[in-house]
Design a protein around this ligand. Structure first.
Ligand SMILES: [Zn+2]
Length: 174
């Protein structure tokens, strides 16, 4: 995965470009099994589990409990464990402008235009890192969305990108 729009709490602040600390916590010993137990359903015999603290982003549960007003729009990279690459904006349009104005990376050193970002944000809300086509070479997944008519899900996007470009090879590159 590469870029993903998240509905982050408007008060959420974290160093841009850094991996979210909640994804980098030390492993814990599994408390469901013993050292001898290799058939543990919790840790699958690893004897350790990975704790994760999710950032304050809007989940389906939150929508019903709190509504959407307190949550904005933020771009995340998910190439590493994941971290924010933009501030939290009040609307998809504001986020697309911020990303263009700050030359945010859509793929390596590549960036995207306002229109390209907005299409990704309001479309699938997600894109793979980069795609390769004989016609255009390697380009960011964000820019590749332009070639698609209408996208409703990440899975469909990958399928459509591959179909639209007759790609036989999808590359995931930092
Ligand atoms: Zn276990």
């Amino acid at each position: 995965m590469s870029r993903e729009v998240r509905r982050a709490h408007k008060k959420f602040k974290f160093q841009l470009g850094e991996t979210w600390w909640g994804y980098l916590l030390a492993a814990l010993y599994c408390q469901s099994c013993t050292e001898e137990d290799d058939d543990c359903a919790t840790c699958e015999g690893e004897h350790s589990v990975q704790p994760i603290v999710e950032p304050p982003t809007l989940s389906h549960d939150h929508v019903f409990t709190y509504g959407e007003e307190e949550y904005g729009w933020q771009m995340w990279q998910t190439v590493s464990e994941g971290g924010p690459i933009s501030i939290v904006c009040d609307s998809p349009e504001e986020l697309a402008h911020w990303l263009e104005d700050n030359n945010a990376s859509s793929f390596g050193y590549d960036t995207s235009t306002y229109e390209q970002w907005l299409k990704m944000i309001k479309g699938p809300g997600w894109s793979i890192s980069g795609v390769y086509t004989p016609e255009k070479g390697i380009q960011s997944g964000v820019n590749a969305i332009e070639d698609l008519a209408e996208v409703v899900s990440a899975e469909e996007m990958i399928h459509d990108v591959l179909e639209a470009n007759k790609i036989d090879k999808e590359r995931e590159i930092l």
